[in-house]
Design a protein around this ligand. Structure first.
Ligand SMILES: Cc1ncc(COP(=O)(O)O)c(C=O)c1O
Length: 459
């Protein structure tokens, strides 16, 4: 640091070098300006000035308490030269996708739940209990912690009327893991899997990545239109079609089961969003109609938190072993054994059902509010599809697709992100929007729809 005549320059360059080396962790606290000045025997004002310079370089930030924090940047010097590796055909089928980590200001597209409604006290005490029996020297079975498999089995028996033995339940890292594994287990390259159009993009991608060929089944207000497909498997969202919200009619359910029996095919019932029912009787899962042909896949992403990565697959007996073997190739021991044990406690103690009832009441209020606001502010633009359950609403756009693009662009500029449905149509896009409201407060819903209404009227 003798290179610099001024203390300020010496300190600035010295700290810059340390920050750019990447040796300090993101959000690591730097000494307070007072402490550093005393340590180096320089004026505090000099340190404050240097911190400000580093902040404008984007190398540090300040916490709410004004404490300086490291902001990590990757220095160009630490980047390695790109080697042109040969990627596999599998990698070639991967579709680039934008990752949305933090909800945007008003994001109607994100399928998150509300932080304020998370059963924090019960979860803490469940974690505490789980910790008592947690043994770091032992791994949980790959199918999941036994207590959770049991809790899930009794949950679906009690609430959904299913007939399930805990041995048929495998805990997965979110339902998408079950979907991907099933594609690998049931499809040879080039073989077909039926998927709904529109449908969940993650299912389409999983089929394609496994080398399979997605066969599109059109969806109307009674769900997927069943045909005598030449296919090994069929993915459906019978309780609440994604994204349209339609419930699969009884006729079509029976038709689908007859198809599976005839073709010796597997139906994958993606039950992603049926726990929060606002009206009517709960629908019987398809699993009850044909347990030997149906894999029932459920998730805690919408009821608790997407970040927990906990879901389950309820499999016909003869698929349990192959499924567990496939899972083991991706993870030798299951992730989150502690959280799995905590969740088992939460379910066993009744706290989970209490949470479903309480959160369900809040979500129903938000839904009614959304429906009322759209009917008042956007009635010439959107027609909401009626649905008795679920965390999002689907709305058909009444004007042209071109006008929708302009509208979406203007909403984005205003910081409002409607749920865009384009990526869930694999063919014949029908202009539409999604509105998830579970993670938004009532005032944000009002502000969001109010702004969208003003934008629409100005078009
Ligand atoms: C229809 C549908 N299926 C499956 C998933 C995957 O959910 P997760 O992997 O979080 O359980 C989602 C997520 O949004 C979904 O919308």
């Amino acid at each position: 640091l003798k290179r610099y005549s001024r203390k300020q320059d010496a300190l600035y360059h010295g700290m810059r070098e340390a920050l750019e080396s990447g040796a300090l962790a993101q959000d690591e606290k730097l000494p307070s300006s007072r402490a550093l000045a005393a340590q180096l025997g320089i004026a505090r004002g000099t340190v404050v000035l240097v911190y400000e310079m580093l902040e404008s370089d984007g190398l540090i930030g300040f916490a709410r308490c004004k404490r300086a924090l490291v902001k990590q940047k990757v220095d160009a010097r630490f980047k390695t030269a790109a080697v042109p590796f040969h990627l596999s055909a599998w990698a070639g089928r991967l579709a680039a996708r934008e990752e949305i980590l933090a909800p945007r200001r008003i994001d109607f597209g994100a399928g998150y739940t509300d932080r304020a409604l998370f059963p924090e006290r019960d979860w803490r005490s469940a974690l505490h209990r789980a910790m008592r029996s947690f043994d770091p020297g032992r791994a949980a079975p790959i199918a999941g912690v036994d207590a959770l498999r049991l809790a899930v089995a009794s949950h679906v028996v009690r609430r959904r009327g299913m007939r399930v033995h805990p041995d048929q339940v495998v805990i997965v890292n979110g339902s998408i893991q079950a979907i991907a594994i099933l594609c690998h287990l049931l499809l040879n390259p080039g073989e077909s899997a039926v998927i709904e159009n529109p449908g969940y993009r993650g299912i389409y991608d999983s089929v394609r990545l496994a080398g399979g060929s997605p066969l599109l089944g059109p969806v109307d207000e009674s769900g997927i239109q069943v045909e005598d497909w030449k296919a090994r498997m069929c993915f459906v969202t019978p309780a609440r079609q994604f994204p349209t919200g339609a419930a699969l009619s009884n006729d079509r359910r029976a038709h689908l089961v007859r198809w599976a029996e005839k073709r010796r095919a597997v139906i994958i019932e993606d039950d992603y969003d049926s726990e929060f029912r606002r009206r009517g009787r709960p629908l019987e899962p398809m699993h009850c109609l044909a347990p030997a042909h149906v894999v029932h896949v459920g998730t805690f992403s919408r009821t608790l938190a997407v970040g927990l990565r906990l879901g389950y697959a309820i499999l016909p007996q003869n698929l349990v072993e192959p499924f567990i073997c496939a899972k083991r190739t991706f993870e030798t021991h299951p992730a989150g054994a502690l959280e799995q044990t905590a969740l088992a406690w939460l379910m066993k103690s009744g706290a989970y059902e209490r949470h479903l009832r309480r959160a369900g009441r809040h979500y129903a209020r938000r839904h009614d509010l959304l429906h009322g606001l759209i009917a008042r502010q956007l009635k010439d633009a959107l027609e909401i599809a009626e649905s008795e359950t679920g965390l999002h609403a689907f709305a058909r756009w009444k004007k042209s697709a071109k006008m929708l693009s302009v509208f979406e662009g203007r909403c984005r500029e205003a910081g409002i992100y409607p749920g865009f449905t384009r990526r869930h149509y694999f063919q014949r896009y029908a202009p539409s929007m999604l509105f998830s409201v579970a993670h938004l407060t009532e005032s944000l819903i009002e502000e969001g729809i109010g702004t969208m209404g003003r934008i629409f009227r100005s078009l």
